[in-house]
Design a protein around this ligand. Structure first.
Ligand code: ADP
Ligand code: MG
Length: 273
């Protein structure tokens, strides 16, 4: 397939927005698939108890399957949980099972509860290097729609935050709280963390509102916002029920083209990272 530019070092990106239904999971899996199709090695961590990213990537995530829950709560290594995506052998996935829904509470009483995911990811990347395995180019962490301990773990793990924004009326509401949280984490837990990327999702250029919201986002976040926005596309929403990303389900659909273009843009603006 087409070849994307390899980053100088592994880029670890947390896909977050405490609003539900804005396209976090869709963005995570389709960017990951695009990057993998472009020849890069990708690790997706499904950090949402709903396990939607695991479903969309065709990954077994029945209760009891080694998952991010065991990594966070029981100290299992990432190597013991990864599964390769059936579509792309160079796309690895740490699944989420329903067991993760208890983790938010179970983590509270554990030592170093905020740094558990980071340690696991750092160890995994180092182990691969020591074993002479190909370097992971991109790690994408899909987050639940909340700012609890699971999302906190993702923020401590990532260097970059990718915020999907749905172009609708309340799009910017809640964004300031998200940015405030990121600032706090920067100050106390992860000085490297910053918002590197904003992606406009489910964009409908025919409506004034979407156009207005998009230009407002670009006004505030000119450098962070990708030039490519993702259009609303039925194929994008159908793909998960086939256990596929739209990248392989309907490669020529507008949604697939947009995600591939967004991925290419992401790889080319590493300097901004
Ligand atoms: P989140 O992870 O933020 O909760 P999702 O990625 O699950 O959001 O998206 C919410 C819903 O919107 C899902 O049903 C998904 O299939 C749909 N969706 C996301 N992006 C698009 C798109 N570009 N076109 C059509 N439907 C989309
Ligand atoms: Mg989701």
């Amino acid at each position: 397939g087409r070849q994307f530019r390899k980053p100088e070092k592994t880029r670890i990106m947390t896909v977050a927005n405490q609003k539900g239904g804005v396209g976090k999971t869709t963005t995570t899996v389709n960017l990951a698939a695009s990057l993998a199709q472009g020849g890069l090695n990708v690790l997706v961590i499904d950090n949402d108890p709903q396990g939607n990213a695991s479903t969309a990537l065709g990954i077994d995530h029945r209760s009891g399957v080694p998952s991010v829950y065991e990594v966070l709560v029981e100290g299992l290594s990432i190597a013991e949980t990864v599964q390769a995506c059936p579509e792309f052998p160079n796309l690895l996935v740490v699944p989420a099972t329903i067991d993760l829904s208890g983790a938010e509470i179970e983590l509270v009483s554990l030592v170093s509860r905020e740094t558990r995911l980071r340690r696991a990811v750092d160890t995994y990347l180092t182990e691969r290097e020591e074993q002479g395995l190909p370097r992971i180019d991109y790690v994408l962490v899909d987050c639940p729609p909340s700012l609890g301990l699971l999302t906190l773990n993702a923020f401590v793990t990532g260097r970059e935050v990718l915020i999907p924004i749905q172009c609708e009326y309340y799009a910017l509401e809640g964004l300031s709280q998200l940015l405030k949280t990121i600032k706090l984490i920067q100050a106390h837990l992860n000085p490297d963390l910053h918002v590197s990327t904003i992606l406009l999702t489910m964009f409908d250029a025919r409506t004034n509102l979407a156009t207005q919201v998009a230009s407002e986002v670009r006004e505030h976040f000119g450098t962070e916002t990708l030039a490519t926005s993702i259009p609303r596309s039925v194929r994008v929403s159908e793909a998960p029920s086939h256990g596929q990303t739209v990248i392989s389900y309907e490669p020529s659909s507008t949604g697939a083209l947009a995600y591939r273009e967004a991925a290419r843009e992401l790889t080319e603006r590493e300097a901004a990272a």
